[in-house]
Design a protein around this ligand. Structure first.
Ligand code: BGC
Length: 255
């Protein structure tokens, strides 16, 4: 129970990788603030699962692409649990649109949900951590596509490329305060973001065979790494990205 008594916020916490991160942190003893924008029932169910592990959880309906709502998320954590130790900037979407197709609304939405939220999530969590006396972890859920092009998913790649430099720059700026900032770069994971591929057996087969490990990851395989990075064992890691991709980045273009 390396996170006993710690307080974690997970954005986009009621589905996909976020949901698995909530449970992995709770298994280590953390109390959790679950941010969500859709499906309050899923959030309530997850709160129960966290409580069954012996920890506390609250769901907060906040659109993290809006800075005032991000601030309320932090304020709720402080009000309910007194502090913030771990901020996981996980919320993300993709449009699967190319340079030629992407319109302004798609561009703005992806950048706001994926990158603006991570930037201000980092800023506001760090301000709170400094107010508490310093120390803390900020974990940015990025993608292999922070480095590696995915033709036909351009805004997503741009947002993750921005997250790459957010992690590096904020990691350098905040290290003197004991706040470690680390990116996690998943490859292909069996979550709702990949529904169109999971529902198409031919595409799924092509994707599986492009991955050296031969299959997509389960969300828990990403979340376990996040739980490690949030704990004492990862005390000398900051301003970099850990890829959890079954080797896909070394094999083929994004699929
Ligand atoms: C994207 C998926 C893609 C995977 C591997 C993820 O970050 O969300 O759409 O299949 O990377 O390329």
């Amino acid at each position: 129970m390396s996170l006993k008594g710690k307080v974690a916020i997970v954005t986009g916490g009621n589905s996909g990788i976020g949901r698995a991160i909530v449970l992995a942190l709770a298994e280590q003893g953390a109390n959790i603030v679950i941010d969500y924008v859709m499906n309050p029932e899923a959030t309530q169910e997850l709160e129960q699962e966290v409580m069954a592990l012996g920890d506390q959880a609250i769901g907060v309906d906040a659109d993290v692409s809006q800075v005032d709502q991000l601030q309320s998320l932090i304020d709720m954590a402080v009000q309910k649990f007194g502090r913030v130790d771990i901020m996981v900037n996980n919320a993300g979407i993709e449009t699967r649109t190319s340079v030629l197709e992407t319109n302004e609304a798609q561009y703005d939405r992806v950048m706001a949900i994926n990158l603006k939220s991570a930037f201000f999530g980092t800023q506001l969590a760090a301000r709170q951590m400094i107010k508490q006396g310093g120390g803390g972890r900020i974990i940015n859920i990025s993608s292999v596509h922070e480095d590696w092009p995915m033709p036909g998913n351009t805004p997503y790649c741009l947002s993750k490329g921005g997250m790459r430099m957010l992690t590096r720059t904020a990691g350098v700026e905040l290290a003197p305060q004991g706040i470690l900032v680390i990116g996690v770069g998943p490859g292909a994971v069996a979550t709702p973001i990949n529904k169109s591929t999971l529902d198409d057996p031919a595409r799924l087969k092509t994707l599986d065979s492009a991955i050296p490990e031969g299959r997509l990851a389960q969300p828990e395989e990403i979340a376990n790494v996040v739980a490690f990075l949030a704990g004492d064992g990862a005390s000398y890691m900051t301003a970099t990205t850990v890829f959890v991709d079954g080797g896909i980045m070394q094999s083929s273009p994004g699929l």
